[in-house]
Design a protein around this ligand. Sequence first.
Ligand code: NAD
Ligand code: TYD
Length: 359
Amino acid sequence: MTTKTLFVTGGAGFIGSALVRQLIAETDWRIINIDKLTYAGNLESLATVADDPRHIFSRADICDRAALDALFAQHQPDGVMHLAAESHVDRSIHGPGDFIQTNMVGTFTLLEAARGYWGQLDQEHRRSFRFHHISTDEVFGSLGEDGAFNEATAYDPRSPYSASKAASDHLVRAWHHTYGLPVVVTNCSNNYGPYHFPEKLIPLMILNALAGKPLPIYGKGDNVRDWLYVDDHARALRTVFEQGRVGETYCVGGNAERTNMQVVDALCTLLDELAPRQDRLGYATQKTFVADRPGHDKRYAIDAGKLRRELGWSPRESFDSGLRKTVQWYLTNPAWVAHVQSGEYQQWLDRHYQPGATA
Ligand code: NAD
Ligand code: TYD
């Protein structure tokens, strides 16, 4: 019996590492984790699977065709789950170049490498192979007061990040329609949970609160996001990879819409309970309004009905239970946080890890 071999790109990032940890724990698959280790990639997020022989890490750039061809030839995967991306909207506003390169050129390069490999497989393996592209609800643009995005919503991306992800989604679908590559696509709402890099809203607020720093709320704090606990997203990804219909798109969301102000208030309340300030003043006193993000999308919400009806997925965590787990994780993992914040991890990486090396 041979077990399944899967490529996961971006498996050292926030969602990718949650997916890898879950797949190693819950399947017998071999995972080839392909990651460039940018500022957002972190091998410490993979510490629990580092010694597992079914987890093989390769530091490689998805824009590097020769490196990808060599990995396909060496490992002969049964499929690809593609998460590698530049992912932070604020960074895309200040420096869009990396987003064009990784999200668009990188996805193109990976598609071409996958197509070359897939084209040489026998008929049975050509049929069972999957290329799963992991994307965001931000490609759909911004909603008004009502309604939710679904698989039929027209694309209307508004930031360099969402435009580059939209372009990558179009490329993946084009490779299916033009070349027959068996793809599935998922578009998910905002994730949160452990190991989240502290430049995104939820980890940033937790860590600023604990450090006694201001909690910077963009604009009026009335923008709305639809939050999903990261392990629920990982479970949805596995469900779609295994059972999704070829050529189809599935929207993934937690049905947990909150304004940013509601999110920050919920975090302050949890921290007041779990790690109260010494002066007993509430953490909410640290809230600060700052200049709004340019082009800030007003509201995102996902209708995940297709995924629920067709494949039986639904989230296990509510926003309250997931947020509590998340705050508890940051309180009990100060070493991970300290390394990420101090740059110590990056220095270690530079000293010990050369591109192309396999751990
Ligand atoms: P992340 O920024 O935490 O991780 C991205 C990973 O990709 C990092 O490990 C990084 O080192 C790696 N990477 C970046 N450029 C690379 C390159 N050129 N070659 C190889 N590896 C590279 O991102 P995330 O939040 O884990 O998001 C993962 C995916 O899910 C992205 O495609 C993102 O668009 C999508 N997504 C994210 C969210 C969210 O809320 N975070 C929601 C929906 C969809
Ligand atoms: P973010 O975590 O960057 O995710 P995205 O932009 O992909 O939705 O931001 C989530 C929301 O929080 C978004 O409306 C912007 C807002 N925000 C703040 O108000 N302050 C902050 O410091 C950050 C990082 C985000």
